[in-house]
Design a protein around this ligand. Structure first.
Ligand code: SF4
Length: 234
């Protein structure tokens, strides 16, 4: 694990060891002070979706709208992602959505809150929540959306642009695979070794919204997600 600092002691101490469900984790995450991002944001935005989802999508951090509503992927990038998921033939009911960092990082310009990419210290501080979520999920495919999520799960040397759309072994491709090797077997908290799953990286939907050629960027996102959909069907 990477270093933690006085400013960002990390989320681990806020995770109840006896939290068996995602709902219990979500409640605990509401009080997280693992880094300074909680101070300016409105609320923690935890993952959502069914615990038995076959696909886990991991994004960067909540945006302005998500911060206000307390739900991930409900802003413009989330709308685009939902369309891309549909166009790729993935079943939205089979998807659990979360972010690598659970509070909105921004800077104020006048009255506007402008997105700021989380630093490594925030990704590291928040990673225990991601690990805790995965310990209560059992996905067949993990989809990493963009560089921040890739850093959180795959380490700093992974390049989304180089390896996007490629199916990789999960959790073997993780930076610390040992963090992801146990999955739940039943609701009583029994755990077992994770069955082999796969991971695929692609761009974040907000990168499509920022692209000069949005149609081409969108097609690329859908093409990557289609690889995941076919892998599920296969
Ligand atoms: S960003 Fe993550 S570690 Fe930092 S306060 Fe929020 S939930 Fe805790």
């Amino acid at each position: 694990m990477a270093e933690q600092t006085d400013n960002a002691p990390g989320a681990q101490r806020f995770i109840p060891p006896d939290a068996d469900t995602i709902d219990e984790l979500r409640t605990a995450a509401g009080g997280c002070r693992g880094c300074e991002l909680y101070r300016d944001a409105t609320q923690t935005v935890f993952g959502r979706g069914d615990e038995s989802a076959r696909v886990v999508l991991v994004g960067e951090q909540p945006g302005d709208m998500e911060d206000q509503k307390g739900l991930p992927f409900v802003g413009p990038a989330g709308r685009l992602l939902r369309k891309a998921v549909d166009d790729a033939g993935l079943d939205p009911a089979q998807i659990y959505l979360t972010n690598a960092v659970k509070h909105f990082r921004f800077e104020l310009r006048g009255k506007r809150r402008i997105h700021q990419t989380p630093d490594r210290v925030h990704i590291t501080a928040c990673r225990p929540w991601l690990v805790a979520e995965f310990a209560r999920l059992d996905p067949e495919i993990v989809v990493v959306l963009g560089a921040t999520a890739a850093k959180a799960l795959l380490g700093p040397s992974f390049r989304v642009t180089r390896q996007r759309g490629e199916l990789l072994p999960w959790p073997a491709s993780a930076q610390h695979p040992e963090d992801f090797t146990q999955v739940p077997v039943d609701s009583a908290g029994k755990r077992a070794d994770a069955p082999p799953a796969r991971l695929l990286a692609t761009i974040h939907p907000s990168a499509v919204l920022r692209a000069d050629d949005q149609d081409k960027a969108y097609e690329g996102l859908v093409a990557d997600l289609t690889v995941a959909a076919r892998a599920l069907a296969g």
